[in-house]
Ligand binder design. Structure first.
Ligand SMILES: Cc1ncc(COP(=O)(O)O)c(C=O)c1O
Length: 361
């Protein structure tokens, strides 16, 4: 029922079809996980990396060349934004950040040198929804490669490949690993694109070790159970926060008044375990004070684990952005993001309820 852990970095080669080596991304433990992820995402082939950022950076460096142009949505994971604006720029790859990747905005951004369009939906941390099928078919019409960061949705809630997207990326550190104890990334795509990414991946060398692969294999057995409970808890929290007088704004695609609700309902099997909101507090200090009152939900970075975590994006995922850039993407100092875990729903609601009681109530 479990793949043995092949700790070896040296494999016999006389009787094998291809040479096996950890940095060739083809050890038994790497391959078994990739097969499972391909089945989950309905992809043909894939690669596992040592982190989500290794998957993202390797994919972009493999598919783009100096002089190329890439279109990305502005509302991106902070690390991806940083990679594009610092590293891609440094090797002469230009980019355009569009406010929302609608067909009109993509048409306005395209150049003769554009090669790739990159989206993230639901987005971090405002849970904005992009129409995945619309981006996929627009990219196909213009012969561009479409790439999605599917981390927030997980393969249980959203499968972009059948919707027309070429490359799906995950920070497996999040839902795929699911227990806040692993760091890895994954790319799932077609065989030809996998081979192009692979050609760069072996040079950059960001592969993942056998012990981590074995833990990923174990984690995938409960992915569906975990995500379904996370979906249920997140919906209950979003509904609760939305009607709470001490909460200004709630961002969750499962709320009927969320601008992306209709599209999310069409393209997602569940609305996910991520949400963000603004409690009625003053600045970063007020947000921190609120988090310190929580007893079940833990202030910690990262997401997608079985335990509920909370953080202020202005001080965590988006800390590398300038104040001006943060304002542009709508990340206020008071904004708090919850990665909802699998706890009992009532425990989570009670925790938020007691933390929302202010000193002068
Ligand atoms: C949406 C998203 N994509 C990518 C990453 C990067 O993944 P990693 O930290 O595994 O490199 C993160 C990390 O927080 C993320 O939230």
């Amino acid at each position: 029922m479990n793949t043995p852990i092949y700790t070896s970095s040296a494999f016999g080669y006389l009787d094998t079809i291809e040479n096996i080596y950890p940095r060739y991304y083809n050890t038994p433990n790497q391959e078994v996980v990739v097969q499972k992820l391909c089945a989950l995402e309905q992809g043909e082939a894939g690669l596992l990396f040592g982190s989500g950022m290794a998957a993202i950076s390797t994919t972009m460096l493999a598919l783009l060349e100096t002089g190329d142009h890439v279109i990305l949505q502005r509302d991106l994971y902070g690390g991806t934004h940083h990679f594009v604006t610092i590293e891609l720029k440094r090797v002469g790859i230009s980019y355009t950040l569009v406010e929302e990747p609608t067909v009109d905005q993509l048409e306005a951004a395209i150049r003769t040198t554009t090669k790739l369009v990159y989206i993230e939906t639901p987005s971090n941390p405002l849970l904005k929804i992009t129409d995945v099928a619309a981006v996929g078919s627009w990219a196909q019409q213009h012969r561009l490669i479409s790439v999605i960061d599917n981390t927030f949705a997980s393969p249980i809630n959203q499968n972009p490949i059948p919707l027309g997207i070429d490359v799906v990326i995950h920070s497996g550190t999040k839902y795929l690993g699911g227990h806040s104890d692993l760091c890895f990334g994954a790319v799932i795509t077609s065989q030809p694109l996998r081979d192009r990414i692979y050609a760069t991946a072996i040079n950059l060398g960001g592969s993942v070790n056998a012990a981590t692969c074995a833990l990923i294999e174990r984690s995938l057995k409960t992915l569906s159970l975990r995500v379904h409970q996370q979906n249920k808890n997140a919906q209950a929290i979003a509904d609760f926060l939305q009607q709470h007088p001490r909460v200004q704004q709630v961002h969750y695609p499962g709320l009927t008044d969320h601008p992306g609700y209709d599209i999310a309902r069409q393209q997602m099997q569940g609305f996910g375990g991520m949400l963000s909101f603004e409690p009625a507090v003053e600045g970063s200090a007020g947000a921190e004070q609120f988090m310190r009152k929580l007893k079940v939900i833990t202030p910690a970075i990262s997401l997608g684990g079985v335990e509920s975590l909370i953080c202020a994006p202005a001080k965590t995922s988006h800390i590398k952005l300038s104040t001006e850039e943060r304002k542009q993407v709508g990340v206020s100092d008071e904004l708090l993001r919850i990665s909802v875990g699998i706890e009992d729903t009532e425990d989570l609601l009670e925790d938020l309820q007691q933390a929302l009681v202010m000193n002068n109530d």
